[in-house]
Design a protein around this ligand. Structure first.
Ligand code: ATP
Ligand code: NCN
Length: 194
């Protein structure tokens, strides 16, 4: 049985914060692999400044190609938008009926809004969630505290966001250290976010 942690995001673009978390999870939890699920349209986000799905996927591919246990996933590309995680999980179970055990990876910030996700009770009933610390406002709902399916993992805190990277890059700031080198190269060559 392969244990796969699903790390959902828009990855517009993927940055070293994402990579550090995913690598920490795969090295220091019981997960065998982490799949970066590139979300075409997150339910709570607007599409403004969002790069094409395939270009975001290519950057995740570039960032992970030298990490055996980290993989890009385009599983949501042909699913209805916005992409509700519960629907994707159903689809994944159909596509991988044997040999895989899926879990979710999320930051504490997302745990604080988990009660707003579509069918979150169903997700929690069937899936373990690995939660890493994140500096954020709000509180974790009482129902999630000490929940048997929610597992805190003390990964490093990396406060970088794709929004910051896009904005800084647009006004000509050097953001090179915040991106995996292959992603920086690809983004620069393609003239993204200019
Ligand atoms: N620096 C970070 N450290 C840990 N988790 C992060 C970090 N940045 C984003 N995440 C989390 O990773 C997942 C995917 O991130 P997402 O692609 O939405 O990136 P983002 O950097 O928050 O993007 P944006 O700034 O465009 O909203 C989300 O669950 C998000 O909360
Ligand atoms: O299923 C939902 O209702 C739902 C609501 C908000 C977010 N999500 C998932 O969580 C991922 C991270 O969300 P965000 O908004 O922090 O980028 C996003 O890519 C979606 O896959 C899912």
């Amino acid at each position: 049985m392969k244990k796969v942690g699903l790390y959902f995001g828009t990855f517009n673009p993927i940055h070293i914060g994402h990579l550090v978390i995913a690598n920490h999870m795969v090295e220091f939890s019981d997960l065998d692999e982490v799949w970066f699920v590139v979300t075409p349209q997150s339910p709570f986000k607007t599409k403004k400044t969002l790069l094409d799905d395939h270009q975001r996927f290519d950057m995740v591919y570039e960032a992970t190609k030298e990490y055996d246990k980290l993989k890009p996933s385009n599983i949501e590309f042909n699913l209805p938008q916005p992409n509700y995680t519960v629907n994707t999980l159903v689809h994944l179970e159909e596509k991988y009926p044997n040999g895989y055990e899926f879990s979710l990876i999320m930051g504490e910030d997302n745990l604080k809004s988990l009660h707003k996700w579509k069918n979150y009770e169903t997700i929690l009933e069937h899936y373990n969630i690995y939660v890493y610390p994140r500096i954020s406002n709000g509180v974790i709902e009482h129902q999630f505290k000490g929940h048997e399916k929610i597992h805190p993992v003390s990964a490093p805190i990396m406060e970088i966001s794709s929004t910051f990277i896009r904005k800084a890059h647009k006004i000509g700031k050097n953001i090179k250290p915040l991106l995996p080198p292959e992603v920086w190269k690809y983004m620069d060559e393609m003239n993204f976010y200019r």
